[in-house]
Design a protein around this ligand. Structure first.
Ligand code: GTP
Ligand code: NA
Ligand code: MG
Length: 346
């Protein structure tokens, strides 16, 4: 048995800061380069545990969380209203989620939509109340924990923040969730944790990631155990032409092990099943976003979940984004039936 990284989806209304949050954690600037400032795809990035622990620091020790997870595998989703399918897809892959909202704007249509996705999939989540640096009068302390940053704020600003947070608490209550600011929670099993953050300045990321790891240890211990040799299960994000490689498929492997010698099966746009032999497996380096054009890939013989991988294989022209990916075995018909039973979920 092996422990895999939890898949963490970041969900929320357009422009509330999902990509900026991930940029801050991985040290990139993807949000600033997106056309129109809008995310239009599902993104995927593996963040190794040493990066997470360096952000969490002493908070991890204080929570007595040990570091047996290999890392966190983050999925970025679009918040624009046009992308409901992608939000659902990103949400359904998740072991855990961050529901992010702009603390100054509160709940918006796609915040509700995201919450409903999490509700119906019963995904444990934390709420990130983002953009605290935009509260008038807030004095930003770059990369400080929220606890440290709070000490620098005037009491009327802290009061203003709390007013905004209690509006969020109120809305969550109407939606059937009890919640509280992370440092006032009395029962982590029944209350949703709210962490005030600034994805821009990095304030509060310490506590956000610590709380996320807390959820992983609370809920996912068994779910994250994978058999060393179980066949991979995954999802197709995108079929993409790559210079020098031809058509490739970007996928997320969420369970098992994918081997370079595997034959894989997927659904096509007209609901047929195709079977194809993998030519090569290309793994983005840790901290690199799979959908970025500049991302560096390395050839690998096998991929262990959870991971993003670009697969080079023939006959993938008609593969549909969102298709499940399964490994073929001695019984192709059975795999085919399993795939066809998922046609309506794409
Ligand atoms: P979509 O993917 O298009 O739904 O948007 P998003 O949720 O990924 O938001 P994005 O990261 O693109 O951020 C939207 C805008 O808000 C950008 O201009 C960011 O620079 C800004 N922004 C994000 N987080 C913060 C923050 O904590 N403080 C401030 N001041 N600005 C922020
Ligand atoms: Na945006
Ligand atoms: Mg985005």
């Amino acid at each position: 048995m092996k422990t895999r990284s939890p898949i963490v989806s970041v969900l929320g209304h357009v422009d509330h800061g999902k990509t900026t949050l991930l940029d801050n954690i991985r040290g990139s600037t993807i949000a600033a380069k997106e056309a129109g400032g809008i995310t239009q795809h599902i993104g995927a990035t593996e963040i190794p545990m040493d990066v997470i622990s360096s952000i969490c620091g002493e908070f991890l020790e204080r929570m007595s969380i040990n570091e047996k997870l290999p890392g966190l595998f983050f999925i970025d989703t679009p918040g624009h209203e046009a992308f409901t399918t992608l939000r659902k897809r990103g949400g359904s892959l998740a072991d855990l989620a961050i529901l992010i909202l702009d603390v100054n704007e509160g709940f918006k249509p796609q915040t509700y939509e995201a919450l409903n996705i999490l509700k119906s999939s019963k995904t444990p989540f934390v709420v990130a109340a983002n953009k605290i640096d935009k509260i008038p009068g807030w004095k930003s302390v770059e990369n400080a924990s929220f606890t440290e940053s709070m000490k620098q704020q005037d009491s009327d600003i802290v009061f203003k923040l709390d007013q905004k947070l209690y509006e969020i608490v109120g809305t969550l209550h109407e939606e059937g969730f009890e919640s509280e600011r992370f440092d006032r929670i009395s029962n982590f099993a029944s209350q949703i944790t709210i962490v005030p953050i600034s994805a821009m300045s990095g304030e509060g990321l310490t506590e956000l990631l610590t709380m996320l790891l807390g959820l992983a240890y609370q809920y996912l211990r068994e779910q994250l155990q994978i058999e060393e040799n179980s066949p991979a299960e995954g999802t197709v994000l995108e079929v993409k032409e790559e210079k020098g490689l031809g058509l490739t498929i970007d996928t997320i492997i969420y369970d098992g092990l994918l081997n370079k010698d595997d034959r894989i099966m997927m659904l096509t746009k007209d609901n047929k099943v195709i079977s194809t032999k993998i030519r090569s497996l290309l793994k983005p380096k840790p901290l690199e976003e799979i959908r970025e054009s500049k991302t560096m890939f390395e050839n690998t013989d096998e991929i262990v979940a959870a991971a993003g991988v670009k697969i080079v294989a023939p006959h993938v022209d008609d593969v549909v984004a969102g298709s499940p990916l399964k490994v073929a075995n001695a019984n192709d018909e059975k795999v085919e039936d399993e795939l066809l039973s998922e046609v309506d979920n794409i």
